[in-house]
Write a protein that binds this ligand. Structure first.
Ligand SMILES: Nc1ncnc2c1ncn2[C@@H]1O[C@H](COP(=O)(O)OP(=O)(O)OP(=O)(O)O)[C@@H](O)[C@H]1O
Ligand code: SF4
Ligand SMILES: [Mg+2]
Length: 339
């Protein structure tokens, strides 16, 4: 899957991305220099404990983080033959607006918060169309209605004129997907898109996203806490911890043979079908430290059962371990430095 992905076009390449936020207590740096690429037609999953920087990373790509956030690095976005560093575009400039919503869009966890309660669903989907595709109102409405039907909204003509409160949670999430996809973006960021839905609807929405991705060939960055959903949806996985990607590679390879002690813990903590329900699930002791005044050592040091003296001296950097895999851990440095 990795090889296939690499033959395809790179849609976005993130280089050494860091996001910091000045607080009264000091400088918080929840994203601490991460690099990854997403290719046309692939789904890159991002997983990691709450607070590890997944949302800040994905929102940085779309340029929608809080104005207080200071973002550095490069976000190289490909549009046709042109590659632009999104971080060099001015906040709110016509260039960034041309990309956001049109070539790159986002689906949020909470659809109710994404829609304005005072405008009809149709108008809100249509706004994107009018802005980016055609100024012709009739033509734009046709395109919006078509997309509403594509995402499985029955009776779309009637639904078009309804308000968000008239939609159920699942229907609203479909409408949000329609809004995100109506301009056929080349990159879609889905930040826990099904967490707020019940399991049956969740499965329907995930199937729908897979189907539309196959049809439109877009690249997706998919964020979820659910490793089962990751396995179903993603081609590659980026495991984040304390603002860094600590392991990356094809999803099946990682599930079969997780390398980083944190990834091993994550996978071991998932309940496997066939195990006895009384069996205690594995859990990783401790919590993610605050991303402030971080000591110069492995970020997982305090919680790692495999740490050695060396892990206390500097942070491990990502190393290629073959088959498109990378891991940041001194265990894979090729030296037997353990106590
Ligand atoms: N605007 C902000 N002001 C202050 N702190 C923030 C802000 N946005 C994010 N943070 C902090 O930065 C860290 C990373 O946030 P982020 O939302 O990226 O986490 P996440 O990995 O998406 O977590 P979750 O899985 O809970 O959604 C968290 O500790 C969060 O509290
Ligand atoms: S570098 Fe050391 S402390 Fe960090 S995950 Fe690897 S073994 Fe554990
Ligand atoms: Mg988040």
């Amino acid at each position: 899957m990795e090889t296939a992905a690499r033959e395809r076009k790179k849609v976005v390449e993130v280089r050494n991305l860091a996001v910091s936020i000045p607080l009264d207590e000091g400088l918080l740096t929840p994203v601490r220099g991460i690099s990854f690429s997403v290719y046309q037609g692939e789904v890159l999953g991002m997983v990691g404990e709450s607070g590890c920087g997944k949302s800040l990373t994905s929102k940085a790509i779309l340029g929608i983080n809080d104005k207080r956030c200071k973002t550095t690095g490069e976000i190289l976005f490909t549009q046709g033959e042109e590659v632009q560093d999104l971080l060099k575009l001015k906040y709110g400039s016509p260039e960034i607006r041309k990309i956001r919503g049109k070539s790159a869009s986002m689906i949020f966890q909470e659809p109710m918060a994404a829609f304005h309660p005072m405008y009809t669903i149709g108008d809100q989907i249509n706004e994107c169309c009018l802005l980016h595709i055609t100024p012709d109102k009739k033509a734009a409405k046709e395109i919006s209605l078509d997309m509403m039907k594509r995402v499985g909204i029955a009776n779309a003509e009637k639904r078009y004129d309804q308000y968000p409160y008239e939609f159920s949670g699942g229907m609203l999430q479909r409408a949000l997907i329609a809004m995100a996809l109506v301009c056929r973006p080349s990159l879609l960021v889905a930040d826990e898109p099904t967490t707020a839905l019940d399991v049956t609807i969740q499965a329907q929405i995930l199937d729908l996203m897979k189907q539309l991705q196959a049809e439109f060939g877009m690249a997706i960055i998919f964020i979820t806490h659910d490793l089962g959903i990751m396995a179903k949806m993603c081609d590659r996985l980026a495991v984040m911890y304390l603002g860094k990607i600590i392991e990356e590679g094809p999803v099946r390879e990682i599930y079969k043979n997780p390398l980083h002690p944190y990834t091993r813990g994550l996978i071991a903590s998932v309940h496997k079908v066939g195990t006895h329900s009384q069996e205690k699930l594995f859990s990783i002791d401790g919590a993610v430290p605050l991303a402030m005044n971080i000591p110069d050592r492995c970020g997982f040091y305090d919680r790692c059962k495999e740490r050695c003296g060396r892990c206390d001296h500097g942070e491990p950097v990502p190393r290629d371990t073959g088959n498109g895999r990378r891991v940041s851990c001194f265990l894979y440095d090729g030296e037997e430095a353990h106590d």
